[in-house]
Write a protein that binds this ligand. Structure first.
Ligand code: NAD
Ligand code: ZN
Length: 389
């Protein structure tokens, strides 16, 4: 794209480009040429500069049943892009703007978007099934045979171009390097937001984080910046402990080395009766039960971040009666359009450690290698560059 011109040469016309398509559950993605339609009202077409893989993409590449399992599909929801063209009724975005797409909507107009409590957008957030935010199952992607390809969580960033509704798009400062900004599109914002907004950790608190992927490590980073006294990381992959130290974790527990002892018992011993805050960042319901048991009776708070849409959860009901809290958090309780610019600002002021999240960089064509690295626990975030040859 010519960044110097004020409009795109493709404006109003479909664009032919490459996308990585998930054709069948559990199979490697296939890079193919697709057509991306022009944006309709309230939509923006963006050129993806780089994208990363979050565990949610990995999980959805494997689900083969239920309303959320759909193929062929363009996955991907952590990305940075440049605005290529805009549809009608799009205010506040223009050709060349640097933008982050976000899976969680922020319409800014509904009762909940206007309230300072929570980040649930009542107008849009309930619908996770549609392809496009305002047009139901209508897709903006066609394959070479003219057949529709499904979107993913209103972002679909594993494509050189994608269409995003303005309720899912945040304009950011061009000062932040794109390979740092991309982290704020989902996983890292979710973890930091959960520590700051959902839990609202105070100075001197004790914290346990189950699962030290990018989400869990970002919770640790948020807890460190709030001055937590103890931040305990729990992971079955011992390689994560050295990484955890970079984010201010003060202690580690490997569940596979605890013998007959429950993890919650070990955490209670380390934290003198239980932690003030625990976070589940894996997506396994038995881990959530242990996270809940690890918190202090009377006041402990557990935040569920790991996503496992199919599984019912069992919690210790005595713990609930004795005043413990548990709550889930989507996008860390952050309102994307308000809070992402604040995180960008804190990075630019050198307060946030984003650099240590990037463990790998690959060209987009090697996307299946990035899936493999995440699945094997070898990467935190792998930057996939669209234009790198
Ligand atoms: P990741 O795969 O990078 O990290 C998961 C970590 O959990 C790994 O380090 C793994 O070794 C560890 N683990 C696996 N089994 C474990 C066990 N039994 N006990 C302790 N640790 C265990 O994933 P990620 O990208 O950090 O995402 C983590 C979770 O958060 C996923 O479920 C993802 O879908 C979810 N997520 C939620 C939101 C949200 O808004 N709530 C946003 C982004 C991601
Ligand atoms: Zn709203």
């Amino acid at each position: 794209m010519d960044k110097t011109s004020s409009f795109s040469s493709h404006e109003g016309r479909p664009i032919r480009c490459k996308a990585a398509i998930c054709k069948k559950a559990g199979e490697p993605l296939v890079i193919e040429e697709i057509h991306v339609h022009p944006p309709q009202a309230y939509e923006v077409r963006i050129k993806i500069v780089c994208t990363t893989l979050c565990h949610t993409d990995l999980a959805f590449s494997k689900y083969d049943s239920g309303p959320l399992a759909r193929f062929p599909r363009i996955l991907g929801h952590e990305a940075v892009g440049l605005v290529e063209s805009i549809g009608e009724h799009v205010d506040g975005f223009k050709h060349g703007d640097v933008v982050l797409p976000v899976f969680h909507p922020h319409c800014e107009e509904c009762r909940d978007c206007k309230s300072s409590k929570g980040n649930w957008c009542t107008r849009f957030a309930e619908d996770l099934v549609s392809n496009t935010r305002r047009y139901g199952m209508a897709s903006r992607f066609k394959d070479s045979m003219g057949e529709d390809i499904h979107h993913f969580f209103f972002v679909s960033s594993f494509s050189e171009y994608t269409i995003v509704d303005i309720a899912h798009l945040v304009k950011i400062s061009p000062e932040i390097p794109v390979d740092r900004a991309v982290l704020l599109s989902c996983g890292v914002s979710t973890g930091i937001g959960a520590a700051w907004r959902t839990a609202d950790i105070e100075e001197g608190s004790t914290v346990a984080v189950f699962g030290l992927g990018a989400v869990g490590l970002a919770v640790g980073e948020g807890a460190r910046l709030r001055g937590a006294a103890q931040i305990i990381g729990i992971d079955i992959n011992p390689d994560k402990f050295a990484i955890g130290k970079k984010f201010g974790f003060t202690g580690f527990v490997n569940p596979t080395l605890c013998g007959d002892k429950k993890i919650s018992e070990v955490i209670k011993e380390i934290a003198g009766g239980g932690v003030d805050y625990s976070f589940e960042c894996v997506g396994i319901t038995s881990v959530l039960s242990e996270a809940f048991l690890s918190t202090r009776t009377g006041t402990g708070k557990t935040v569920a971040l790991g996503i496992n849409p199919a599984a019912p959860t069992e919690l210790d009901s005595f713990g609930l009666f004795r005043g413990k809290h548990v709550c889930g958090s989507l996008f860390g309780g952050l309102k994307p359009k308000l809070d992402i610019p604040i995180l960008v600002d804190r990075y630019l002021k050198k307060e946030l450690n984003l650099d240590s999240f990037i463990t790998h960089e690959l060209k987009f064509e090697d996307i299946n290698k990035a899936f493999d690295l995440l699945e094997k626990g070898k990467s935190l975030r792998c930057i996939l560059w669209m234009d790198k040859k």
